[in-house]
Design a protein around this ligand. Sequence first.
Ligand code: 9WN
Length: 440
Amino acid sequence: MNTGNVRHDVTTSETDLHNQAAAVLRANDNGHYVKPAPGNYPHQWLWDTCFTAIGLAHVDARRAARELLNLLRGQWENGMMPHMIYSARLPYSLEAGLWRTHGLSPRGVRTSGITQPPVLAIAVEAVVAQLPVAEQPDFLAAMVPAIERYHEWLYRERDPNKTGLVALVHPWESGTDDSPVWTEAMADLPPAPRWRRVLWGAIMFRSNDERASSQSIGQMVRLVDELRRANYDSQTILKTSPVVIRDLGFNAIFAAANESLERLVKMQGDNLTVELIGQIASTRRAIDRLWHEPSREYFSYQVPLGGLITVSTVATFLPLFAGIASPERAEYLRLQLVNPERFSPNHPIPSVPLNQPLFEPRRYWRGPVWINMNWFTIRGLERYGMFEEAEWLRLRTLDLAQQHGFREYYSPLTGDGLGAHEFSWTAALILDLLVHTAKD
Ligand code: 9WN
């Protein structure tokens, strides 16, 4: 680990970076919400909004609170928070219609039929801390019951057998779309016919060497068709779908969000139900069982066949964020992180380690650096008192944005910016990383 060649003058360059990041969020604000990026991403995505709010809280806490309140309009009656809320005014109405979620989504709001990592409680906690004290109770009163219903939905619908781990039924739910974790599970799934893929114009359009392959996209479209046919009924889907994964990253985020939820409820002078408290504890225990001693890292779990999916990804560091790893395991993870052949090339952290066969430095979730994953890992390292590593990674991460702009993702080998430009969550989390330096 070499921290020497990264600039660290907390002077003009960091002030400039702060101003530029704030400007990206302003530019992406369509008056109702901050969209993930100009161009391809005009709608409101669940975890994008959460990251955006975490950064925006440092610039305009009320606006950040509105951003999260805005998400509630998409929540289904059963508690599900959809991964996308479609903008009515934009040219993607065909894609919105393909989900056919009317009757399930709130009247007049067009949403997808699947969820995304539950960062919401974490974001609410970050935003409430910046709100004027007098405004906190109303914000909490609106958000906390919705989050409780969401977490209860995750347990009820996605963990009916009470394993402690939530099961995902589509790679988009993991937020890490075409991660190789899903590749094997999807191997036998025939891609949707071309005409159906063309209907999903927006997504097809994005297929190139920085995006998911057209084979993967075809399979993702096919899977949506299957979910829709089952009317998004989790019970049916969990029994019949060949693609069901207890995703490591999602569950680790969920565990951390549960902690946030517990604190938020306490701020209101209340308590969670005994049932939820029990479920929360079971999630922490179950995540620890995703540890694979021979490789000394955490993995996701494949449901239909049973067993760990021994494909390494950056998600292995997320149990640090949730405070689940024992000190001994945290040390093994630290060794993985600083290993140049694994997770420590010139520009850490690659989403897939360099020495893994499916590593591709430029393709989406198959190798590039994503700032949200770095952010989770930095906070995780801090939680374990690994301040030197946290600061090293924080500076590396700031450096990526300083040198290559606020891109959707970056090559871990060259630092080149990839995917969308002016990407909101990158800008927002850079804002947060600029404010919160490691404690030591
Ligand atoms: C599908 C918006 C979203 C992110 C995901 C990222 C990508 C969508 C896509 O963009 O997914 O939901 O069209 O590829 O993988 O994490 O929320 O930024």
